[in-house]
Every structure is written in C-alpha cells, then in structure tokens.
Design a protein around this ligand. Structure first.
Ligand SMILES: [Fe+2]
Ligand SMILES: [Fe+2]
Length: 354
C-alpha cells in the first residue's frame, strides 16, 4: 500500500538522454556568483548591484550565460543543482535584475521605419521583409559555405532546437479562443503529433548526429557566445512572463513566417556537402510544415488574437521586431566570422563525436 502521509523523495532520472546537463563554465563575476549559489543551494540572497556590467547587455557573455542558466532551471535544470532552486526567492531576484538590463537593451533596438498597414498580417510581413536586406547565413551555406560552417551553425541552433517549441507552449494555459487553437495546431506539429521520434527537437538531434555532433542536451553551451544565448533568452523570457504573451505570439509568428526559405537552403547545403541524408529531414520537414504554419500564424495566431485584443498590437509587433533584431545580430556575427576565415564559436569543434 502507498503511504500518502510521506511524499516520496525525488529520484534522479536514470534515462540519460533527458538527464540534466552539467553547469557550463563561468564567464565572469555574474556567472561565478550565480553558479556558487546554484551549487551550494544556499538561501542567501545574491545581489548583482556591485557587479560590473558591459555597455551592451546583448553582447555580454557573462550576463547572457547567467540569464540562460536561470531560465534552464525552468526546463531541465542542471546536474547537482537542487530542483527547488527553480522558485528560490534569491535566484528569482537575481534573474529579475538581469532581465531588467536585457529588456532595456531590447527596447533600445531600432528596426527600419515603415508605414503601418491596416491588416496585422501585412504588418508582420513588412517586419519580416525588413530583415531581408541583412546578411544571410542560409544563402551562404547553400552556395559556398563549408561543412565546418554548417556544423557550427547547428551548434549555435542546438540550444534552442533541442527544446524547440517548449517556450511557446507556455502560452497555451494563458488565454483562449481561435488564436489559441492555431497555437495548439502549430505546437502539435512541432511535437510530431505525439509520434515518438518525430518531434522537431528529436529530428534536430538526428541532424546533429548525422553532422558528427553530439546531440546531448546542453552539450555545446560553452561553445556559443552572447548573441546566440540572447536569441534563446528572448524566447524563454517572453514565455515565462504572462504580461509578454502578445510579444510571444509575435515571436512565434515570425519564426513560422521566416522558416521555409532558409530551411530549404540548409537542406541544399547538407546535400551539396555530401552529408548523410538523415541530416536533411529536420530541414525538409520544416519546409513542408511551415508553408502551412506561416499563414496560419499570421492570420489566426496573431490576426484572431488582435481581433479580440486590438490594444495589444504594439506588443505583438514588438515581439516580432525583437526576434528579427536578435537574429540579425547573430547573423552579423556568423557572417563576419566566416568572411574573416575564423570560427564563429568560442572554441573549435572536435572533428567528430568520439
Ligand atoms: Fe519546428
Ligand atoms: Fe513550424
């Protein structure tokens, strides 16, 4: 008989593929202080007030990694870090200080000016089109990029792609109506409609293996810099704050509307570079799925939401602008590194998985 008076002690999962990863390496005083708290499980209130900050939080490796690790407590956590620290007052206060700097920096980003169309779907299309004149890693990879660069690109994306869709799922319990039905339809596809191995995160793990990379969750955090971490922190931040729900919907709409062409190019790159065909499936699945998801997101996810809540339009569009801006900064970094003949990673990759 089960004794309900004493809750069972939490157990460590024995399934290695979703076991929590180790904490990454520190990158400065902010991560050093945070990781000290996470390792010791102290209830001592950390304060960031006396720590040095760089001028641009979006390029601050130490701040972006610390924020990323705070958010990871809400996903899979870290090996050796008490799961209860997810809701620790001190850690949350520490996180809020970083989020304040992150939000200020995001609000300081400027997109190109445009005439606002009546239809929100047209406005989203205008925002997306505004990013078309920037550097294009996908065009580069499809035509002249090297296999090393394609592998690097997968490493950058792995922090998001191995938990693809999870942050957007946080929107589901936060509202109702036709827009939410569109969200659920998109998310069902992202999770492979419940078919084991078909979730897009799982397909991406197969792509990583085919590229000779290690698909273990969190394996490459130490390899990527602030600009990559900022792209992941943006969606985690939007997903974890109910007040930012409209911006999260704008973020997802942009993801769905900007996927088909680059995903087709990554698939072309894998084919041109002679990578195992298994690497292409993740990209090919997106070309098909997002031909449907893009219009669905513009017309229903966003359009129907704004029909119910027209006053939220600026926040929806701000979410769309923000994802375009942080992706543009990452694309600038990738292309300037590759044009200079150097790696875009903080440390080189080993040749293949050992
Ligand atoms: Fe997907
Ligand atoms: Fe999609």
């Amino acid at each position: 008989m089960i004794d309900l008076r004493e809750p069972p002690a939490p157990t460590t999962p024995s399934t290695p593929h979703w076991a929590p990863p180790p904490l990454p390496e520190t990158r400065g005083p902010v991560t050093a202080r945070l990781f000290d708290v996470l390792r010791r499980g102290t209830d001592r209130c950390p304060d960031l007030g006396d720590l040095p900050w760089s001028a641009d939080p979006l390029d601050d490796d130490d701040l972006q990694l610390a924020l990323y690790c705070c958010y990871e407590l809400h996903y899979r956590g870290f090996d050796g870090v008490d799961a209860d620290l997810e809701w620790d007052d001190g850690v949350l206060r520490f996180r809020r200080q970083m989020e304040g700097r992150f939000e200020s920096a995001l609000r300081g980003l400027r997109g190109s000016a445009y005439v606002v169309p009546d239809d929100p779907a047209d406005e989203l299309a205008t925002i997306v089109a505004g990013g078309a004149d920037g550097p294009s890693p996908s065009a580069h990879l499809a035509t002249t990029g090297t296999l090393d660069q394609l592998r690097e690109f997968a490493v950058h994306r792995s922090l998001y792609q191995l938990k693809e869709a999870d942050a957007h799922t946080w929107a589901i319990p936060r509202y109702a109506g036709r827009s939410r039905s569109a969200l659920v339809e998109i998310q069902m596809d992202e999770y492979g409609n419940g078919v084991p191995g078909e979730a897009h995160a799982e397909l991406f793990a197969s792509t990583m293996s085919a590229l000779g990379l290690d698909p273990t969750y969190g394996r490459y955090v130490d390899h990527v810099g602030a600009r990559t971490l900022a792209t992941v922190n943006l969606v985690s931040w939007l997903g974890l704050h109910r007040r930012l729900l409209p911006a999260l919907l704008g973020h997802l709409a942009v993801f769905e509307m900007t996927s088909v062409v680059p995903m087709g190019r990554y698939s072309e790159a894998a084919q041109r570079l002679g990578v195992d065909a298994a690497a292409r499936r993740f990209y090919d699945v997106h070309v098909v799925a997002d031909r449907h998801h893009g219009p669905l997101a513009a017309r229903h996810l966003v359009g129907d939401f704004l029909a119910d809540c027209p006053n939220e339009r600026p926040l929806v569009m701000w979410g769309a602008h923000s994802v375009m801006a942080v992706e543009r900064r990452l694309a600038d970094h990738l292309m300037s590194s590759w044009e200079s003949g150097v790696t875009s990673l903080r440390r080189p990759l080993p040749a293949t998985v050992g």
